[in-house]
Every structure is written in C-alpha cells, then in structure tokens.
Write a protein of this length. Structure first.
Length: 160
C-alpha cells in the first residue's frame, strides 16, 4: 500500500511544478524566436533569480545553451548563493552546462526530461549533485517535435 505524501512533499512538488513551468515558458520563448526549445531557471530561496533559453541560433553563439543563458542572466552571485540554489532545465544538461553546475557547486538540478537527450547525469551524481528527473510530458513533446523537424540544427547543438 502506497503511503500518502506529507505536507512538505506536496509543497515541494508544487514548487517544482511552478519552477519547471517557468523553464518550459523559457523553452517556448526560444522556439518562438526560431531557436531550440530548451529553457532553464535558477531558483534561490524559493524565487527565480535567473531565466534563460537556448540562444545559439538567435545570437549566433557557440555557448548560449539554456543553462548558460540562465546563469548569465542571474548575474554575479556569491558561492554561498549558488550552494543553496536549484537549477531547473527542461532537458538533461550537456557536458558544458554540467561543468558550470559543478564549477558553481549548484547542489540540485531538476531536469524536465532525459529521454530525447541524456547528458552526463552520473558524473553529476558522482560529484554530489542531487538530480531529479521530472519526466515531464510537455518537455518530451517539445524536444521530440523539434528534433523531428530540425535534425541538422539539433545535431549541431549537441556537437554531432
């Protein structure tokens, strides 16, 4: 028999949904601007301090994945701030973005989905990062549709 969720677990799940929804909103902005639909938000003390979406196409950038754009938009934070933050991303972070997570010692990452692409999740876990995979249907659909419609652009984004 399954146990009922505690009040704390229900509040945590609601917050996760709220912040993942904000990351999905960023992904939709990127898609609407002709880019790759991946979004990210950085949460500190229960509030969003940075937002971003993949802008490699829009800005002709080699590094502006959603997580990198989000961290850039959060501005300079202290090590203590990063150490109590959570990064939400609609897609499993790649090697580059995982490196930034490790560099800034972000302790928790919530991933919308890792079916269409799975970054170095085990490396993050091995380094102490708590990884939560939401397996969100909307995130899966956004990426699946994009990859089907834009395979060359997708392969370029992940370095293939």
């Amino acid at each position: 028999m399954a146990r009922a969720a505690t009040a704390h677990e229900r509040i945590k799940a609601t917050a996760m949904d709220q912040f993942l929804d904000a990351a999905i909103e960023e992904a939709r902005k990127g898609l609407a601007a002709g880019g790759i639909p991946i979004g990210s938000v950085l949460v500190l003390d229960g509030r969003i301090v940075g937002r971003g979406h993949n802008q490699r196409v829009q800005k002709g950038s080699t590094v502006l994945h959603a997580e990198m754009d989000c961290l850039e938009n959060a501005g300079r934070l202290t090590a203590a701030d990063y150490a109590r933050s959570t990064l939400y991303s609609t897609l499993s972070p790649c090697d580059m973005c995982s490196g930034a997570i490790l560099l800034y010692k972000i302790p928790r990452v919530v991933v919308g989905e890792n079916r269409t692409y799975q970054g170095p999740e085990e490396r993050l876990r091995a380094r102490g990062v708590e990884l939560e995979i939401a397996d969100n249907a909307e995130c899966v659909q956004l990426m699946s549709d994009f990859i089907c419609d834009n395979p060359e652009l997708w392969n370029e984004d992940i370095g293939e």
